[in-house]
Design a protein around this ligand. Structure first.
Ligand SMILES: Nc1ncnc2c1ncn2[C@@H]1O[C@H](COP(=O)(O)OP(=O)(O)OP(=O)(O)O)[C@@H](O)[C@H]1O
Ligand SMILES: [Mg+2]
Length: 210
């Protein structure tokens, strides 16, 4: 369970979030909709632990992970993965190295990493892509790599920031169905940001408008 309680965030003297409260239950697929600049990415960054709220409190499973101006539990201890708005893949690394990176940091052995990378690439339909470089991949393939990298550490919570916005309608529809399937299979809690109402309706078990 994720709880954001009475959160206020001020950026450049402007209130981006004001007294914002949201409770997300385990295994929900919550989609956040709102216009550009309304604070969607800010909400995901708060949940991930990259920033602390100016006012209010964030809990994960009853533990207070951040409160006014203070991060009490750092991102890597939250069992959360995030697919960033710009994907943030490492262009100079191969697909396999991108997926493996977080595993290495978390101390997985080489053997375990090799096994996990294969498992993840199979999961997202990129099994033959392990040694390819990011800069030669299509947009849809990059989205899949970002998804594989985010899922490699078996997160309890997956945050996705407009992950399909750069795709054409056909690929967008294919991938949104796959994200739903993966969430149902793996059972993580999904917090998903999009501008696309149709995409939101399909993915969400609950819609939040900000
Ligand atoms: N680190 C920061 N410093 C200054 N201003 C910021 C910072 N982060 C966000 N903002 C501002 O806060 C507001 C909300 O930003 P946020 O990125 O959360 O919007 P968003 O809803 O994700 O927008 P978009 O749909 O365009 O991605 C914007 O006006 C943005 O410029
Ligand atoms: Mg954003």
């Amino acid at each position: 369970m994720i709880t954001l309680k009475h959160i206020t965030m001020i950026q450049n003297n402007k209130k981006v979030l004001e007294d914002f409260t949201l409770e997300i239950k385990a295994k929900e697929r919550v989609v956040i909709l709102g216009e550009s600049g309304s604070g969607k990415t800010t909400i995901l960054r708060l949940i991930a632990g990259f920033i602390a709220p100016d006012k209010g409190e964030i809990r994960i499973d009853h533990t207070i992970v951040a409160n006014e101006g203070e991060i009490l539990c750092p991102p890597h201890e939250r069992n959360i993965s995030m697919v960033f708005q710009d994907l943030a893949l490492w262009p100079h690394m191969s697909v396999g190295e991108n997926v493996s990176f977080g595993l290495k940091i978390h101390g997985f052995s080489k053997e375990a990493r090799i096994k996990k990378v294969k498992e993840m690439l199979k999961l997202v339909g990129l099994l033959d892509y392990e040694s390819r470089h990011i800069d030669v991949l299509s947009g849809g393939e990059r989205q899949r790599v970002a998804l594989a990298r985010a899922l490699a550490l078996s997160p309890k919570i997956l945050l996705m920031d407009e992950p399909l916005s750069s795709l054409d309608t056909k690929r967008n529809k294919i991938l949104r169905k796959e994200i739903i399937k993966l969430q149902e299979k793996l059972g993580f809690t999904l917090v998903y940001v999009t501008h696309n109402q149709e995409e939101a309706n399909e993915i969400a078990t609950r819609l939040i408008f900000i």
